[in-house]
Design a protein around this ligand. Structure first.
Ligand SMILES: [Zn+2]
Length: 335
């Protein structure tokens, strides 16, 4: 069973302001990696409305669509004044379509992994998703892609789903959706390791500021300036045992690569190969508890060269024994 890539050229049509770090070139940089590795590419359908309504309020979804369809000047004004999306996350003409495809990629990948079409999947998508909450978009995120994947896993018969977020930023939107929408019966374990005190650190001002903040939410703040050894210890001593205890049917990853030492948004000092080590730890646990099933969904990572290198190491660690499969189709999008 091969590792497959899920991506769509519409994801290039979400455009923020030119000076922002989240840009279409990020997708092109990882495209070069999976073409070089001859990985099979799947073109997903957009996320279906029912799945989207499980994780976001209907008026929020409608607001993103309406903003996307407004004429340019009105859209820019609305971008600063609407109550749904933080101004610098920005909604462009292609953003709604891109966001539907990004969430659809996670849904399609989860469906394929749950049905043994492949054991591992990587969704190369933008906009990213883990800051998008039930009724609010921020941090470059509009729809929560990994949460859509979790909904799909539960509908495909998974009893338990683990979401591991190793982006540099706390997965606040995912945590809100898990706590408010998806976890009434404890079917989801959410883990987020992130740079302590970063903008989206919801625990920053709370008395309880790290570790288990509920039975199903584990947050691991990583001190500024840390190297991989800090993360390695945290994953070996907390995350991997939690996965063994929880015994999910599938593991979803919010795969952000912005803890790399070259990333302009990070003060963590990871090397590119550290993403191989981290992914291998999680993949080993997946082999033990859920038949190896992993769907990884791209989140942050803003230094283009580092993003490509980190993704290469991540994919090499995700690739199951026995190669990548016999099918190859190059992804040649145009901006
Ligand atoms: Zn991030």
């Amino acid at each position: 069973m091969p590792l497959k890539i899920y991506t769509h050229s519409d994801c290039l049509q979400h455009r923020l302001y030119p000076f922002f770090a989240e840009k279409p070139e990020r997708l092109l940089s990882v495209q070069a990696v999976f073409n070089e590795m001859a990985l099979p590419i799947v073109t997903p359908a957009p996320v279906d409305p029912d799945t989207l309504r499980r994780i976001h309020d209907e008026d929020y979804i409608g607001a993103i669509k309406d903003l996307s369809l407004k004429p340019g000047p009105l859209r820019i004004i609305s971008g600063f004044t609407n109550p749904y999306v933080q101004w610098y996350t920005h909604v462009s003409r292609g953003s709604y379509r891109a966001a539907l495809q990004a969430a659809g990629a996670a849904v399609h990948a989860v469906s394929d992994v749950m049905n043994d079409s492949c054991r591992r999947a990587f969704c190369a998508v933008r906009p990213p998703g883990h800051h998008a909450g039930p009724r609010h978009g921020e941090g470059f995120c509009l729809f929560n892609n990994v949460a859509a994947g979790a909904v799909q896993a539960l509908s495909e018969g998974a009893h338990k789903v683990a979401i591991i977020d190793f982006d540099r930023h706390h997965g606040n939107g995912t945590q809100d959706i898990v706590e408010q929408r998806l976890n009434s019966s404890g079917q989801i374990l959410f883990v987020s390791s992130y740079q302590q005190g970063c903008k989206y650190d919801h625990n920053h001002d709370r008395a309880v500021n790290q570790g288990w903040i509920s039975d199903s939410v584990l947050t691991i703040p990583v001190p500024e300036g840390s190297a991989y050894d800090y993360l390695d210890k945290a994953y070996r001593h907390q995350v991997i045992p939690a996965l063994h205890d929880f015994k999910p049917d599938i593991i979803l990853l919010s795969a952000g690569f912005d803890m790399h030492k070259s990333d302009p948004l990070s003060s963590i000092r990871l090397e590119a190969q550290d993403y191989h080590s981290l992914t291998s730890l999680i993949a080993g646990a997946a082999d033990d508890v859920c038949g190896g099933r992993i769907v990884s969904v791209m989140e942050g990572g803003y230094d283009l060269k580092a993003l490509a290198e980190c993704t290469r190491f991540h994919l090499q660690a995700l690739a199951p024994q026995g190669g990548y499969g016999k099918f190859r189709r190059n992804f040649r999008p145009s901006i």
